[in-house]
Write a protein that binds this ligand. Structure first.
Ligand code: COS
Length: 382
């Protein structure tokens, strides 16, 4: 649903205040303890954040993509680990179900996903299927009214907390590529699922990724999402949407970094005046601001197109590609503007610099976005 302007403003304002008053003061603690406090998770649930993208009929806020992007921009103004708490329920962990689920599947799970009662994960990536996601080797063998899953998934966000996985697995071993893959809703409590320890990462402490293995897991056939052989398309359409959401988060982080740079440049004096007076500092600020504005415009325009029912495969990839590369440059300039303080942990700039690095990799690397953009451009003839 598209909120009217007033309701939208209220929601954005609430999230903005929550970020400023509750999340930002906890950034250093979350990074140090590698953990988002339970009370914050509860507050996020109370605000309805787990259900941003879930239709109202199932207890969510049912936001239009444009409104979801505006919320994601606000959530981007703090450590990305906080957004990751709700990230899978809002995006890749729920959208297969929203777009391809049967009425029964939706009624069973979506209300719990919207309320945050359960956490979801998206299990596509494997040790040998990263960018080449059609190379999925996890097997799903049909045996009567169940599918038996065997295989290993890698770097699965929120897997440690997930009670429901969307798993892409190969139902047709004779079809090597995308056509042999199907998607399944796999509850965590089925026997045979093992979730590994959280990986140690470069940034985004507090957000966790894990290996997940499936060993003879018997999944009811009723849990298949879409038709047999449609799993790759399910994954790609989920990612079209996810990529746009990540683009919005990148815009938020960039806007936060620019605000931090302005505050610091006004306060920090060298050669007898605030460094904001120096044109070489201003040049960096101008580049960051211009690029952040361009990314914001691209993300929101793409969201509006999607809300209008247009296919945005190209534009979603372009949004994620441009915004994630942009925030990398903005973070790098932020370290430069802060100088030595940018390199010191206390100021939090080096932390954000590390945090944003993954945006160029997950939900499709920049190089994969280039492939998608080029293919679609060639297909469209310009
Ligand atoms: N929406 C709907 N269908 C899509 C689609 C999309 N966005 N993208 C591809 N498809 C369909 C194609 O139309 C094709 O269908 P047909 O066989 O019926 O023609 C099928 O899926 C296979 O597509 P394609 O031939 O393009 O597959 P490729 O193996 O060449 O892979 C890329 C395409 C590289 C784009 C894909 O593997 C990809 O996005 N990789 C990155 C994965 C990723 O983001 N991983 C991050 C981890 S998940 S958080």
């Amino acid at each position: 649903m598209a909120f009217d302007a007033e309701t939208r403003e209220q929601l954005i304002d609430t999230v903005r205040r929550f970020v400023a008053e509750r999340l930002r003061p906890l950034e250093a603690q979350v990074a140090e303890q590698d953990r988002v406090p339970d009370e914050i998770v509860r507050e996020m649930a109370d605000l309805g954040l787990f259900g941003l993208s879930i239709p109202e009929a199932f207890g969510g806020l049912g936001l239009a993509m444009e409104d979801e992007c505006l919320v994601a921009i606000e959530l981007g103004r703090t450590s990305p680990a906080f957004r990751s708490v709700i990230g899978t329920n809002v995006g890749i962990g729920s959208q297969g179900l929203v777009m391809f689920g049967t009425p029964e599947q939706k009624a069973k799970w979506l209300p719990k996903i919207a309320s945050g009662e359960i956490v979801t994960s998206f299990a596509l990536t494997e040790p040998e299927a990263g960018s080449d996601s059609a190379a999925v080797q996890t097997r799903a063998r049909r045996e009567g009214d169940v599918y038996v899953l065997d295989g290993a998934k890698r770097y699965i966000t929120n897997a440690g907390k997930a009670q429901l996985f969307t798993v892409m697995a190969r139902t047709d071993p004779d079809r090597k590529g995308a056509g042999g893959v199907s998607a399944f809703l796999v509850p965590r409590d089925l026997p045979g699922i093992t979730v590994g320890k959280p990986e140690k990462k470069m940034g985004q402490q507090g957000a966790h990724i894990h290996d997940v293995s499936f060993d003879g897991v018997r999944v009811p056939a009723a849990n298949r999402l879409g038709e047999e052989g449609e799993g790759f398309k399910v994954a790609m359409q989920v990612l079209d949407r996810g990529r746009l959401h990540i683009g919005a988060v990148c815009v938020g982080v960039a806007e936060r970094l620019i605000a931090d740079c302005v505050a610091y440049a006004n306060e920090r004096k060298q050669f007898g005046q605030p460094i904001a007076q120096f044109q070489l500092i201003q040049g960096m600020l101008a580049d960051s601001k211009t690029e952040a504005l361009a990314a914001r415009a691209l993300v929101l325009e793409t969201a509006r197109k999607r809300d209008a029912g247009e296919s945005v495969t190209l534009e979603a990839s372009a949004s994620k590609y441009f915004a994630s590369e942009m925030v990398g440059r903005v973070a790098d300039r932020a370290v430069q503007i802060f100088g030595g303080a940018g390199y010191v942990a206390d100021y939090g700039i080096e932390r954000l610099y590390r945090d944003v690095r993954i945006f160029r990799i997950y939900e499709g690397t920049s190089q994969i976005q280039q492939v998608v953009i080029a293919r679609e451009t060639l297909k469209r003839g310009g």
